[in-house]
Design a protein around this ligand. Structure first.
Ligand code: GLY
Length: 350
């Protein structure tokens, strides 16, 4: 058992490694009146059994259906109702056991319950371990717009146990890996070197604790400088301006893209031309070129105009500059988009 965190983000300790070594000891010191665990159908089946015996016998679970389509006010209402039935008082703890949807929505429900109760994040996907669970963004989608309602509220603790990655399909692991590569490109030549060194090792066989540690260090560094995204934190949106539009576009086709697949394309297109071939070489090893029909371009442009970073009808992209942790905001015009997308599609496989 140990209580020394691997990272501290403001007041929030981040523990890495086996939950058995950290969670019970941390909980013991806290004296919560009750502990509730929020899961979805998947984490209830695959992850809850792994932590159940580390928690008090009195712990209750609240389980919601899995999927982004449930990250809405209706599900929050249902969660709050369950909290009411369980008589959650202000000294209760909510444990969010799951990926980004569970972490964001559970964090939001906890942050607003009786003006805020403690919650902890136990991310179970690579995407949430390296990104979503860290940095205090909580919230839900509303009227089809992602994360438009929410608050910044840091969890009481974050527990990263890479053994949960064994529960993931390879495509989901690869999706999260795009965010790991993003962290390498914006702030860690060391991490980029480790990624290159990993050669052709299949993702499930990588040494995840090492890669996660470097990747999380980047996220924590950025959030610590700019917790409410006034400036530097925008850098975490690298690849997401074009990537989010592609993700939404392909969602309505027979070949939807994962978040990571979409932002991998976004990163290749958004990085300045002089670095594009090199960045493409890294990404195309994991994310083969996806054909994008020319008929999609106007729709993609319209979707990009909705991005939160824009002002007065221009599209702005946050991209890394030469040095680690330097933000460059570039404007994109509608005329440039076809060239970027066709240059991307002309890259040969890595
Ligand atoms: N996922 C981007 C951020 O946390 O700011």
């Amino acid at each position: 058992m140990r209580l020394e965190p691997d990272f501290l983000l403001f007041e929030t300790p981040v523990f890495m490694g086996s939950l058995r070594q950290t969670l019970p000891h941390w909980l013991e010191k806290k004296h919560y009146t009750q502990v509730i665990v929020l899961t979805d159908d998947n984490t209830q089946t695959h992850c809850w059994p792994q932590i159940q015996n580390l928690l008090p016998h009195s712990v209750k679970t609240i389980t919601i259906p899995a999927g982004e389509q449930h990250k809405n006010l209706k599900t929050c209402e249902w969660i709050w109702n369950q909290m009411l039935l369980q008589q959650c008082d202000r000294k209760s703890l909510l444990i969010n056991l799951g990926g980004g949807v569970i972490g964001d929505m559970g964090g939001f429900c906890a942050a607003t319950w009786k003006r805020g109760i403690d919650f902890i994040q136990i991310p179970t996907t690579l995407l949430s371990m390296t990104d979503a669970a860290i940095g205090g963004k909580t919230g839900i989608d509303f009227q089809g717009i992602k994360n438009i309602i929410g608050v910044f509220q840091n969890p009481a603790a974050i527990f990263i146990d890479p053994t949960f990655l064994n529960t993931l399909a390879e495509r989901e692991l690869r999706s999260g890996f795009a965010e790991v590569i993003k962290h390498a490109l914006i702030g860690s030549p060391v991490l980029l070197h480790k990624i290159h060194q990993s050669g052709n090792t299949p993702l499930p066989h990588l040494d995840w604790s090492e890669l996660l540690r470097e990747s999380i260090a980047v996220k924590i560094h950025v959030v610590a400088q700019d917790p409410t995204e006034q400036n530097l934190r925008m850098l975490l949106n690298f690849g997401h301006t074009i990537g989010h539009a592609l993700e939404s576009y392909f969602l309505d086709t027979d070949t939807p893209l994962t978040h990571g697949e979409a932002i991998a394309i976004g990163m290749i297109c958004e990085i300045p031309k002089d670095k594009r071939a090199e960045v493409a070489k890294t990404l195309l090893r994991y994310f083969p070129v996806v054909p994008i029909p020319e008929t999609a371009y106007p729709e993609l442009w319209n979707m990009m105009l909705q991005d939160k970073k824009n002002s007065s009808g221009t599209v702005r992209m946050a991209v890394p500059d030469e040095l680690p942790f330097t933000l460059n905001v570039l404007e994109l015009s509608e005329m440039q988009l076809p060239d970027l997308l066709s240059e991307y599609q002309n890259f040969s496989p890595a």
